[in-house]
Design a protein around this ligand. Structure first.
Ligand code: HEC
Ligand code: HEC
Length: 309
């Protein structure tokens, strides 16, 4: 082989490696690992209002699994019709977020699940009352007896919910299948993916959840309105530069998750994409670019998790 050919080959090899490294979005696992026995109990708990003070509200009330695992309302409504201060994020694929909540104040799903049960505006129960109710229930005694004998602790109740959440993975979206080389995108979808990369959306929305792995500012280039009661990073640190800094939301299943943003201010995906480009990247994008981006985002809807079948 001539030196010329060799150097060409090396360049080509390097180039493909660099190109591959740019595919910073990775597919979701097709068979996520979780404890099936615990998850089966967690599934029933997730839908059961027994975990709220007035038996009115379940996890599913604010994370409707028939509608993308989030809430159509601007802010969630808990027991006694009490309003929260932020839109509920989706529980689908939440296991792959680096932290939980908009400001990441829970490190794990287990820590997170404790939040809404105790929150006086959400479910409003203390752990002893939860234990009392579950242990008094013949149904739950029987369910837990599949893997546990004796009294059911609060921790075991949370663990069952967490195992169920670990099952809430939505594999085989059109885009994941494209990444695995199984299918092609349409011209418009492919153009959208390129636009997503060239504009720089991918600098914040990347990884397995296409988000969920860093804190970023809403209004990076053009400042966004700030309210004191937003659970942003500022609410934890009181540092001015943390105002409107949130965990980047996942874009998986985003077509199902309107309205958009922490304050539900964007009603459609078109609107969300336009605002994102302007406030976070400083671009006024064309109608064509909006169409492309939305077509790409529509390929991110995955299959219903097996456990919900
Ligand atoms: C009254 C409505 C409401 C109820 C009930 C509720 N949630 Fe939430 N959930 C929310 C809101 C609102 C947030 C975001 C709060 C924040 O970030 O400050 C949230 C956040 C979450 C998150 C974090 C997702 C992410 O991307 O950060 C998970 C996971 C979650 N909830 C699971 C549950 C589980 C499990 C239950 C039942 C034990 C539950 N929720 C009950 C409204 C609710
Ligand atoms: C600087 C980081 C950053 C960049 C760049 C960025 N985003 Fe975002 N994106 C965020 C953050 C942070 C949020 C949450 C904002 C909020 O809720 O107020 C978000 C929210 C969204 C949402 C709404 C998600 C939801 O569940 O409500 C969509 C859709 C979105 N981004 C798409 C895009 C697109 C398309 C681009 C490129 C044009 C882009 N983003 C560029 C950080 C970024």
């Amino acid at each position: 082989m001539s030196a010329y050919k060799l150097s060409f080959l090396i360049t080509a090899l390097l180039f493909t490696q660099i190109a591959f490294a740019n595919e910073v979005i990775t597919p979701l696992p097709v068979n996520p690992i979780y404890d099936k026995k615990k998850a089966a109990v967690g599934k029933i708990l997730f839908f059961d209002p027994i975990l709220s003070l007035d038996r009115s509200t379940s996890c599913n009330s604010c994370h409707d699994l028939a509608a993308g695992g989030a809430d159509k309302k601007e802010v969630s409504i808990g027991i006694d019709g009490l309003k929260g201060n932020i839109q509920s994020p989706t529980v689908l694929n939440a296991r792959y977020n680096f932290k939980q909540f908009w400001n990441g104040r829970a490190e794990t799903l287990l820590e997170q699940a404790n939040g809404p049960i105790h929150n006086p505006k959400e479910m409003g129960l203390n752990s002893l009352e939860v234990e009392k109710r579950i242990n008094a229930s013949h149904k739950y005694k029987t369910l837990f007896s599949n893997y546990h004998d004796g009294p059911i602790s609060y921790l075991m109740i949370l663990e069952a919910i967490v195992e169920f959440e670990k099952a809430l993975v939505t594999p085989n979206s059109k885009f994941d299948r494209y990444l695995r080389g199984e299918i092609q995108l349409t011209e418009l979808e492919y153009a959208g993916y390129q636009t997503f990369k060239t504009l720089g959306c991918i600098t914040c929305h990347n990884g397995m959840n296409i988000g969920g792995n860093s804190f970023q500012k809403m209004g990076m280039i053009i400042p966004y309105i700030h309210k004191e009661d937003y659970p942003d990073l500022y609410s934890l640190t009181k540092k001015d530069y943390h105002k409107n800094v949130f965990k980047v939301p996942t874009l998986r299943n985003i077509a199902l998750l309107a309205p958009y943003f922490h304050d539900a201010s964007a009603k459609t995906l078109e609107e969300a994409v336009k605002i994102m480009s302007k406030l976070n990247l400083g671009y006024i994008i064309s109608e064509q670019q909006i169409k492309e981006l939305v077509a790409f985002l529509n390929t991110l809807t995955g299959e219903t998790p097996e456990i919900l079948d």
